[in-house]
Design a protein around this ligand. Structure first.
Ligand SMILES: *Cc1c(COP(=O)(O)O)cnc(C)c1O
Length: 224
C-alpha cells in the first residue's frame, strides 16, 4: 500500500486558498490506501468502475462521498444509484433519463455533471459544444426531477502541449460560464477539470474541482 502523505498536504495547500475541491481518484487501489487517506481527513473519492465502487462503498466508512468519474453504462446506473454522491461523466440524454429513473426509485436527488468533449482524441466521451447548447436551451433538463445538474466535467487531451491544454480548459470554462445562465442561481457551481499532470493549469483556467489519482496513490497497475 502507498499513500503520499506529503503530496496530499502540499496539494491541499495549493487548493485551499482558491477553494478548489479535491477528488481523490482511487480506482484500482486497495481499501487500505483509501482508508489511509480517509484517516488524514479526505472524504471525496472518485472511482471509474461500477463493481469496484460498489465493493469499496460496502466496506469503507459510510460518510465517504463517492464520485463516479468514468464512463457509465445505462444498465449499471441502478447499482450505484442508492449511494453515489455525484456522477461526473453524464454524456448522453439516454443516461440522464436512466439516472433520473433510478434516483426516483431510490427517492433521491443525484448530483450530476455533464461531460463535455474538449480533447482532440476521438475516444473521449462527452457532449460537443452544439449538442450541449441544444440540451440546455431546450428546457428538457427540467423534466429530470431527481437530477440536479451541478456543472460540467471535461478531460483535456493526453498531451504535454501546454498551449493545447490551456485552450481546451478555456473552452470548457467558456461553456461553463454560458451554461450557468440556464440554471437557478447557486445550483450550477462545479467545474470539474484537471488531473495529476495538469491540475495547476486547469485551476488557472477556472477549475474548482480537480480529480487526482497517481500523485496521491502512485502509478496504477492494471494487471493485478
Ligand atoms: C483516472 C482518472 C483521473 C485521475 O488521473 P491521474 O492522472 O492519476 O490523476 C481523473 N479523471 C478521470 C476521469 C480518470 O479516469
Amino acid at each position: 500500500m502507498s499513500v503520499n502523505t506529503e503530496q496530499y498536504h502540499s496539494i491541499l495547500k495549493v487548493l485551499a486558498p482558491q477553494q478548489v475541491q479535491l477528488i481523490a481518484v482511487s480506482k484500482t487501489k486497495p481499501n487500505e490506501d483509501l482508508q489511509a487517506l480517509y484517516d488524514l481527513g479526505q472524504r471525496d473519492f472518485g472511482e471509474n468502475y461500477v463493481q469496484e465502487l460498489v465493493d469499496k462503498a460496502a466496506s469503507l466508512p459510510t460518510d465517504i462521498r463517492w464520485h463516479f468519474i468514468g464512463h457509465l453504462q445505462s444498465n449499471k446506473v441502478k447499482y450505484i444509484a442508492p449511494f453515489v454522491y455525484m456522477i461526473h461523466g453524464v454524456d448522453s440524454e439516454k443516461l440522464l433519463q436512466e439516472i433520473n429513473k433510478q434516483a426516483l426509485k431510490q427517492n433521491r436527488i443525484i448530483d450530476c455533471l455533464l461531460q463535455v468533449h474538449i480533447a482532440t482524441e476521438e475516444t473521449k466521451f462527452g457532449f460537443d459544444g452544439p449538442s450541449l447548447h441544444e440540451l440546455l436551451v431546450s428546457g428538457r433538463i427540467a423534466n429530470y426531477s431527481n437530477i440536479r445538474i451541478r456543472g460540467l466535467m471535461g478531460m483535456a487531451s493526453f498531451s504535454e502541449d501546454q498551449t493545447l491544454l490551456s485552450q481546451e480548459f478555456s473552452t470548457l470554462k467558456s461553456y461553463f460560464d454560458k451554461a450557468q445562465q440556464a440554471f437557478p442561481i447557486g445550483q450550477f457551481d462545479t467545474l470539474s477539470m484537471g488531473m495529476s499532470s495538469d491540475y495547476a493549469l486547469a485551476i488557472s483556467k477556472g477549475s474548482n474541482m480537480v480529480r487526482i489519482g497517481s500523485l496521491l496513490f502512485g502509478a496504477r497497475n492494471y494487471n493485478k
